[in-house]
Design a protein around this ligand. Sequence first.
Ligand SMILES: [Fe+2]
Ligand SMILES: [Fe+2]
Length: 167
Amino acid sequence: MHKMTEQFLREAFAGESQAHMKYTIFADQAAREGLPNLSRLFTAIAFAERVHAENHYRALGGLGSQGDNIQTCIDGETYEIEEMYPVFHAAAKLQDEAEAARSTHYALEAERIHADMYKKAKSVADGGKDLEIGTIQICSVCGHTREGEAPEKCPICGAGREKFVQF
Ligand SMILES: [Fe+2]
Ligand SMILES: [Fe+2]
């Protein structure tokens, strides 16, 4: 692919991905504020942006085997753990940005677990098998991730069991 086209597709993928995420978050807020139709509009257009993002990602050749896809995840999470979030978190603290310091701390803690989960998944997927994995619990406050039962209290942010979402 021509370098320029590739760069434009990467930017389009990033932009559509962010639009998808923002609209999804706006949809939740609208639903909480008792505006179901506005929420539905945000949700529907978020889905269209996801379609655009996926098409751009496919055009970039981003999809591979299961093992390739998991490796992409491992690489991303590892970069976040080793470089991105430690630096972002340090900068937020240096600048007395409490909320940014908290959000980067929450993300860093969860990404460590994600990287481990993906590493375990990769060895199974490389063998051509599906995972044997139980219920996955996500803290809706901080993103803490674990397999099995939700804890009484989130070990990262202290949220109660009822804040966990199951997958
Ligand atoms: Fe992650
Ligand atoms: Fe949490």
